[in-house]
Design a protein around this ligand. Structure first.
Ligand code: DX5
Ligand code: ZN
Length: 227
């Protein structure tokens, strides 16, 4: 199980301190949302910011590219310290060359899917990725409401993972709090991105621990072991 606070919800006037707070929280990954003002109607931050906070936390940097032209950004984000690069399946024909490019750079490979896109779109790539990110809000902004209609998609990719004996992480992103994390865990998610719900807590360490316990209690695989 992976808990990944999303840096988009941090206080940008104190980037270094916020990254250190995540580093000390017991979280597994730091999720970094990159928005280009074209693929999504918002702009966040770029490789310079990622490079600046890299020394502040010894944690896995999970870089989510919500960008129309990720090909121009892969090398800069690798140089800035990314451990995983996630691109979107909505990019169509570009997906296969992008996945190969990320692999050739020696980094973990992620593929994301937006709520309106049919889940069958990710099927051809499942044996080529380390992480499948199922967006649980429409990307672009933090602090949105979880879209419950995405739960069957999570269930489907968990089924495919079992059937095909694959090992990709099933990551959920958007509107994840203690309650929705439980709902996602129940249908097979194992990697939880949470922005607002973790950064808004005075004690992030306690919040990460609580989210971990809730997920554990709702994970059917772990529940089976307990029987
Ligand atoms: C949404 C981003 C998310 C965002 C989640 O476009 O991809 O990672 O930070 O934020 P919360 O947890 O506040 O919904
Ligand atoms: Zn994200």
């Amino acid at each position: 199980m992976i808990i990944a606070p999303s840096f988009l919800a941090s206080d940008f006037s104190r980037c270094g301190d916020e990254a250190r707070r995540v580093g000390r929280s017991g979280a597994d990954w730091l999720h970094l949302d990159i928005m280009d003002g074209h693929f999504v109607p918002n702009i966040s931050f770029g490789p310079a910011v990622v490079k600046a906070i890299r020394p502040c936390a010894k944690i896995f940097f999970d870089v989510h590219l919500m960008c129309s032209k990720p090909e121009i950004l892969l090398e800069p984000f690798v140089a800035a310290g990314a451990d995983q690069l996630i691109i979107h399946v909505e990019l169509g024909d570009q997906v296969t060359p992008l996945l190969w490019k990320i692999k050739s750079l020696g980094k973990k490979v992620g593929l994301a899917i937006n709520p309106p896109t049919a889940i069958s779109e990710v099927q051809p790539y499942l044996d080529k990725i380390d992480t499948l990110l199922v967006m649980t809000v429409n990307p672009g902004f933090g602090g949105q409401q979880f879209i419950y209609e995405t739960l069957p998609k999570i269930q489907q990719v968990a089924e495919w993972r079992r059937e095909r004996k694959l090992r990709y992480h099933i990551e959920v992103d958007g509107g994840i709090n203690f309650q929705t994390a439980a709902e996602c865990a129940r249908v097979g998610a194992d990697t939880f991105v949470a922005g607002t719900s973790l950064f808004s807590q005075r004690n992030m360490k306690a919040a990460v621990k609580k989210m971990r316990e809730i997920v554990k209690a709702h994970d059917p695989a772990l529940a089976d072991l307990a029987v």
